[in-house]
Design a binder for this molecule. Structure first.
Ligand code: ADP
Length: 318
C-alpha cells in the first residue's frame, strides 16, 4: 500500500532523510519512532505530498506521489504534528468544509460526517466550536478530518502528543480499531504504545532506518537477554543464595517480598529455556511457585541501543 524506495531529502546542508526504504501492507499498523530530528516528520511530509523528495520514489496504492500526486492524495488521510484546525468553526461545519475540499460527493457528505463523528466518538462535542474543545477532543476532530474521505492510508504525526494518559489510551484504541481496515503509519515517542498497537516498528535515527520489524522480533534480535519474573514461597535467603549459583542466571533482582513470599526478575540469555528450568529449580527445593512468566517487550532498551550514537551526538532523546 505504501512503498518508499531510496528516499533522500535535505534542507540546505541538513540531510533530514538519507536513502530510506520501507513498505507498509494493507491493514498494517506501523509505528514510526526515533529521537527528535531523526527525520520522521520529513518522511511523512514526503509520503503525503507536502514536500518533494530530492531522490527516491514513494508510491501510495500504486500511485507515485510526485507523478500522480492528486491520485495519491485521494488515498491518504493525514494528521500533521500540529493539528490544522479552525478554532472559531463548529465541529460539524469544519468537517463539512473538509469533506467539500476532499471532494466527498454532496449526497454522501452528511452520512460520512455522521460516520466519522461516530468512529471518533465526537457526538457530545458536535455542536461546539473547536476552540472550546479539550486537546483530546481536538485531536479526535483532527482524526475525523483525516478519515472524512475514507482513505485506505492514514499518516499520523504524533497523534498523542500532549494528551493525558486517558486520552492517549483512547486514541491508541481508536488507531487499533481503524487499523483493522486501513494502513496506518504513526509516529510517537511513547514506546509502550508501539508495543501495544503496532504490527511493525520502524526506527529511524539520523535520517536512516535502523530497524524494521515487529516489536517482538525487534526485542529478540536486538537484545541478547531476556527477563523472567518468578514468585516463590520459600526461605528468602536460601532462595537468593541458590539463585546466585544457577549458571544460566546472569543477574537477578528482588522486586517484592512478604513473610514467606518473594518475587524476582531473573535475567538470562535470550535463547535459554529459562521458565522450565526455574520451575524445576523451585520444585526440586520443595518451595511453592506462585508466578512464572517472561516479562513484556522492553522496547525502550531496544530503542536506546539502536539510536544511542544519535542521542550521544545530539545530547537529546525524544
Ligand atoms: P523528526 O520528525 O524525527 O523530529 P524532522 O523530520 O522534523 O525529524 O527533522 C529532521 C531534520 O531536518 C532535523 O535536523 C531538522 O532540524 C531538520 N528540518 C526539519 N524541517 C526543516 C525545515 N523546514 N527547514 C530546515 N531544516 C528542517
Amino acid at each position: 500500500m505504501i512503498e518508499v524506495k531510496n528516499l533522500t531529502k535535505s534542507y540546505g546542508a541538513t540531510i533530514a532523510v538519507n536513502n530510506v526504504s520501507f513498505s507498509a501492507q494493507a491493514g498494517e499498523i506501523v509505528g514510526f519512532i526515533g529521537p527528535n530530528g531523526a527525520g520522521k516528520s520529513t518522511t511523512m511530509r514526503v509520503i503525503t505530498c507536502y514536500l518533494p523528495a530530492d531522490e527516491g520514489t514513494v508510491t501510495v496504492d500504486g500511485y507515485d506521489v510526485f507523478e500522480e500526486s492528486i491520485e495519491a492524495r485521494k488515498r491518504i488521510g493525514y494528521l500533521p504534528e500540529s493539528t490544522p484546525l479552525y478554532t472559531d468553526m463548529g465541529v460539524v461545519d469544519y468537517l463539512k468544509f473538509v469533506a467539500q475540499i476532499r471532494g466527498v460527493a454532496g449526497h454522501t457528505r452528511n452520512e460520512r460526517i455522521k460516520d466519522v463523528i461516530d468512529i471518533c466518538s465526537l457526538e457530545p462535542m458536535m455542536h461546539k466550536n473547536i476552540g472550546e474543545l479539550s486537546k483530546g477532543y481536538r485531536q479526535r476532530v483532527g482524526l475525523a478530518q483525516a478519515l472524512i474521505h475514507d482513505p485506505p492510508v492514514l499518516i499520523l504525526d504524533e497523534p498523542t502528543a500532549g494528551l493525558d494518559p486517558y486520552q492517549i489510551i483512547e486514541i491508541r484504541n481508536l488507531i487499533k480499531e481503524i487499523g483493522r481496515q486501513k494502513t496506518i503509519i504513526f509516529s510517537t515517542h511513547i514506546l509502550s504504545q508501539v508495543a501495544a498497537t503496532c504490527d511493525r516498528t520502524l526506527i529511524i535515527s539520523n535520517g536512516k532506518i535502523v530497524a524494521n520489524d515487529s516489536p517482538q522480533e525487534l526485542a529478540l534480535s536486538t537484545m541478547d537477554q531476556q527477563v523472567t519474573q518468578i514468585g516463590i514461597i520459600g526461605p528468602h535467603e536460601e532462595i537468593q543464595t541458590k539463585l546466585e549459583h544457577l549458571d544460566f542466571v546472569l543477574d537477578f533482582k528482588k522486586l517484592d517480598s512478604e513473610t514467606e513470599y518473594s518475587c524476582y526478575h531473573i535475567t538470562s540469555h535470550k535463547d535459554h529455556q529459562t521458565a522450565p528450568e526455574l520451575a524445576k529449580f523451585v520444585s526440586q527445593n520443595n518451595w511453592e511457585l506462585t508466578e512464572l512468566y517472561k516479562t513484556a517487550i522492553d522496547l525502550e532498551n531496544v530503542f536506546l541501543k539502536l539510536t544511542q550514537s544519535e542521542s550521544q551526538r545530539t545530547g537529546e532523546l525524544g
